[in-house]
Design a binder for this molecule. Structure first.
Ligand code: BTN
Length: 245
């Protein structure tokens, strides 16, 4: 992973570019851009990606796993970013299941995993990672929910060091998953540094918002929750969005 790195000064979106080249790209190709003019977030949102401030990157993967397992790449990426941020900056990053990272309660990273293929086979997976590394200011509407590593640490972060650390972590956890067939190491990180375990959350499904308590994260990486009426459920990443209370 990361044997080939394609670097841009500016691009629409590293995920979009990855899609355009994915068919011919080698497994593990990494795309990085200083700036994205059309950065995308989950749920069709925009992802603000100013020049030189963040880490805007995508990893193209071609694993031989069924599409139902594809979202595990999000968990692997979240665990890898969490360890990398902690290792490089010393900041206490936590994982807000399934695909956000927070520092001091505010978002510093989002992950957007996209997949192409058939019912039984993955053609390729694109793991898009956006890290607010050195951003100095945020739009007013995001100020209370988003922050950057530099803001929290009080000094700039060396992006290259963070990227290399992150790719190494990702590769280790990815290989472990492919070889073992389980998410063991990834889950240990996700549980250890979870921002939601034991907490009360709001589960957002379409128009509905339901209060729930997080009981655990199961072997598949699914979130075990208990609603106010006592009903329990296992949530899959992608089908819900959660909000801290
Ligand atoms: C989210 O939290 O909604 C996910 C944000 C993902 C942003 C990254 S930045 C690199 C890659 N390219 C994109 O257009 N999006 C992802």
């Amino acid at each position: 992973i990361g044997n080939k790195i394609i670097y841009f000064d500016t691009i629409d979106s590293t995920n979009n570019y990855s899609k355009r080249i994915a068919k011919d790209a080698a497994h593990g190709t990494v795309i990085i851009s200083e700036e994205q003019s059309g950065g995308r977030g989950r749920l069709g949102r925009n992802w603000i990606s100013p020049k030189g401030e963040g880490i805007w990157m995508s990893i193209v993967l071609k694993p031989d796993i069924p599409p139902t397992e594809g979202m595990k790449m999000t968990q692997i990426a979240a665990a890898a970013v969490c360890n990398a941020i902690r290792g490089v900056t010393g900041l206490e990053a936590f994982i807000k299941w399934p695909n956000d990272l927070v520092v001091n309660g505010k978002k510093v990273c989002g992950i957007l995993t996209e997949m192409a293929g058939e019912l039984t086979r993955i053609d390729y997976l694109i793991v898009g990672i956006g890290i607010n590394a050195n951003n100095e200011s945020f739009l007013e509407e995001f100020q209370h929910i988003a922050t950057s590593l530099a803001k929290e640490k009080g000094e700039k972060v060396d992006r290259k060091t963070l990227i290399l650390h992150l790719l190494k972590e990702f590769e280790g956890l990815y290989e472990d998953y492919i070889n073992q067939g389980t998410l063991e190491k990834t889950l240990a990180i996700i549980r250890n540094y979870s921002a939601v375990l034991g907490k009360s959350i709001l589960v957002i499904r379409g128009e509905q918002q339901l209060k729930a308590t997080v009981l655990g994260i199961d072997e598949e990486g699914l979130l075990e929750v208990k609603y106010e009426d006592g009903k329990r459920e296992l949530l899959m990443s992608g089908e819900v969005s959660i909000r801290g209370e």
